[in-house]
Design a protein around this ligand. Sequence first.
Ligand SMILES: Cc1cc2nc3c(=O)[nH]c(=O)nc-3n(C[C@H](O)[C@H](O)[C@H](O)COP(=O)(O)OP(=O)(O)OC[C@H]3O[C@@H](n4cnc5c(N)ncnc54)[C@H](O)[C@@H]3O)c2cc1C
Length: 193
Amino acid sequence: MRNSFSCKGDLLITHWGFSGPGVLKLSSIAARELYGAKYKFKLIIQWSKLSYSDLSEKLNQLRQFNGKSNLYNTRPLPYLTKRLWIFLLNKMNIDKDKKWAEIISKEKEIMIKFLMNDEYQITNKGPFGDEFVTSGGVDLSQVSFKTMESFICKGLYLSGEILDVDGITGGFNFQHCWTSGWLAGVAIANSLR
Ligand SMILES: Cc1cc2nc3c(=O)[nH]c(=O)nc-3n(C[C@H](O)[C@H](O)[C@H](O)COP(=O)(O)OP(=O)(O)OC[C@H]3O[C@@H](n4cnc5c(N)ncnc54)[C@H](O)[C@@H]3O)c2cc1C
């Protein structure tokens, strides 16, 4: 069983935790393992695609050209909102009121480490109660894709979430449910003729 998963995507930070396309996709990819771990796991967020040396260069430029600006006023990555940047600075134990010019090398290293590898301990899943799709179900090898009839039990037709299909949301689950339902319906009607 794999013990680490990764994915790229937009992140939504809500008052109750992380969500958004990136999180939904990741929780879908790792559905079985997360269930096995009772949804207690470590989440690592890479806030930037930039390499270590590019981030280092970016921070050097801020020290050089925005030296008089407070840390909280000038963000190294424009898409980090001010509130999030201040949250991260607090998490890094770096004084947000410091000027960029006052940053020492150790603090610069901490910033790079956090921007590339920011760790969170996840303790539970979101408040929806149900996952967007139920991972697992009847093995696909046991079903005819032309009619959705079970190979094991003749006259039994299966469609939708009862099958082991996980469409990583974005409408793929709906599409699978509608299509397999239509196929099963047509096949049942034909079998009754
Ligand atoms: C919060 C949430 C958000 C989602 N968002 C998306 C999305 O954005 N895009 C996407 O593609 N998918 C999404 N999904 C997944 C998608 O909704 C499901 O995959 C899909 O609805 C499953 O369809 P289904 O017909 O297989 O099952 P269901 O829609 O669950 O239908 C099963 C039906 O059977 C009925 N039933 C159960 N037991 C019995 C019984 N004993 N007798 C008679 N009737 C019974 C139930 O009441 C229900 O009406 C989302 C799911 C959730 C929970």
